[in-house]
Design a protein around this ligand. Structure first.
Ligand code: FAD
Length: 424
């Protein structure tokens, strides 16, 4: 009841707050810009969010508590996302976060989008994955490289009622993504796509797919091209995977068997797909960092609250110094990962180099999520091991952070590549 009332109000809250504050902020920003060129040049806290970002964060936190929370356990048990939650995500502007208003989007800043991903993950990392991948990968690709016609046709649907997927990985192409074998053959006025994809998030619900395929394998990775493909053209869901964590987020194997793609559905330039993939994943992984800090925080909040309630040896668990020090240590780690994530976020927004910082943030956040959620289970003892407390779910959900959008080793590879030349 409360949830449905809230969800009917949230779009107005989000829209009104975003348009009103946007005007005020635009005025303030232009005044500020003259005095303070950028956040990083002016020593200010990484928590110095704009009024709009703060409002967005609070609105999403409330949405997560009121709309998502009551359904989390059932969705995890069923390994399926509740369509009411997906619909509410659309109604509340969470599926077109950075998308321009003319296409039905919320026109949020990148930081606001990242905060939304974090807030959702505090309650459910699966819903957070849906939001993150749909926004930071699928929408971003079309926003950046789509033609005006593609934006009109697809961004509008992606912001209002249609889930999107980002499809690059294949059975033989994971960390080595550009080894992909899916082939798109030029047939004059259209391409014919054959091949398949593995581990594709959101694909169980999606109707719009950004698919990477090679148009000319003789050119190697320079033949890789991105396409916008509609499910009804022949994208087959071959298998839905059963997983350790983020179980309600669908992860499927896709097959393409002579899928006809009109030429106007090439996304960006033919042969530039590899550049778009690198670019999108570089910024997308800041979203995964946010998902992981949310996951860590969600488990931490439940376990530490429990420590005040639970008594052993006649006193609350929270009164024992050994416990307090562990809480403090994990809080330090979460804070470090969060600051690294917000830093990468701001650098990206300011148009400064951010790739190493994003890789560092994701690497750190994935490690912290595993550590914090593992401790949270332990801090709750037997109760932490039971499904009903929700903490074991965060523990399972944390593991994906070190795998998708680049494994931990791949993050280290990126960091080292940027770091080492500085010492030559
Ligand atoms: C739940 C889930 C959702 C996903 N969602 C999507 C999606 O929406 N879209 C999409 O395109 N993909 C998606 N993926 C795929 C994901 O990005 C890949 O699984 C990931 O990139 C790792 O590839 P891989 O599984 O083939 O592992 P591999 O590349 O086989 O790696 C296995 C291990 O070897 C290590 N390794 C590999 N190469 C090296 C090297 N050169 N040096 C050192 N270590 C190395 C890795 O770090 C890892 O520890 C998803 C995966 C999962 C599990």
């Amino acid at each position: 009841m409360l949830a449905s009332r809230l969800s009917s109000k949230l779009p107005q809250i989000a829209r009104v707050s975003s348009s009103l504050t946007r005007q005020a902020l635009a005025r303030n920003y232009s005044a500020m810009k003259m005095a303070v060129p950028s956040i990083s040049e002016h020593p200010t806290s990484l928590y110095a969010f704009t009024e709009e970002e703060l409002m967005f964060k609070d609105t999403v936190a409330r949405f997560a508590r009121e709309v998502v929370q009551p359904r989390v356990q059932a969705m995890d048990d069923a390994e399926k996302m509740d369509t009411e939650v997906i619909n509410a995500m659309f109604e509340n502007g969470l599926m077109g976060l950075e998308t321009e208003g003319e296409y039905g989007g919320a026109e949020a800043s990148f930081t606001a989008a990242i905060l939304a991903v974090e807030e959702l993950a505090k309650v459910d990392p699966s819903i957070s994955a849906l939001c993150d991948i749909h926004n930071t990968l699928t929408n971003t690709m079309i926003r950046k490289w789509g033609t005006p016609e593609q934006k009109e046709k697809y961004l509008t649907r992606l912001a209002t009622d249609t889930v999107g997927s980002f499809c690059i990985s294949e059975s033989g192409a994971g960390s080595d993504a550009f080894a992909l074998q899916s082939r798109a053959e030029d047939k004059g006025d259209h391409y014919v796509l054959n091949g398949g994809k593995m581990w594709i998030s959101n694909s169980g619900e999606a109707d719009i797919f950004v698919i990477f395929a090679n148009v000319d394998p003789s050119k190697g990775y320079k033949g890789i091209t991105a396409f916008i493909v509609e499910k009804e053209w022949g994208v087959q869901i071959a298998k839905k995977e059963k997983k350790l964590g983020i179980r309600s987020s669908s992860t499927c194997v896709l097959n393409f068997d002579d899928v006809k793609i009109p030429k106007e559905n090439v996304l960006g330039k033919v042969g530039d797909g590899y550049k778009y993939a690198i670019d999108s994943l570089n910024e997308g992984r800041i979203g995964i960092s946010a998902q992981m800090i949310g996951c860590a925080q969600g488990a931490f909040d439940i376990a530490v609250a429990y420590s005040h309630e639970r008594k052993q040896f006649g006193k609350p668990l929270s009164s024992y110094q050994a416990m307090q020090h562990q809480f403090a240590q994990v809080a330090v780690e979460i804070e470090a990962a969060r600051l690294m994530t917000y830093n990468a976020c701001r650098l990206k927004e300011e148009g400064k180099p951010f790739v190493a910082e994003a890789a560092m943030a994701k690497f750190k956040a994935a490690k912290v999520a595993e550590q914090a959620t593992s401790y949270a289970v332990e801090w709750m003892g037997g109760m932490g091991f039971l499904r009903e407390t929700g903490v074991e779910k965060f523990y399972r959900d944390s593991k994906i952070g070190s795998i998708y959008e680049g494994t931990n080793n791949m993050q280290l590879e990126t960091i080292a590549k940027i770091l080492l030349p500085k010492y030559k």
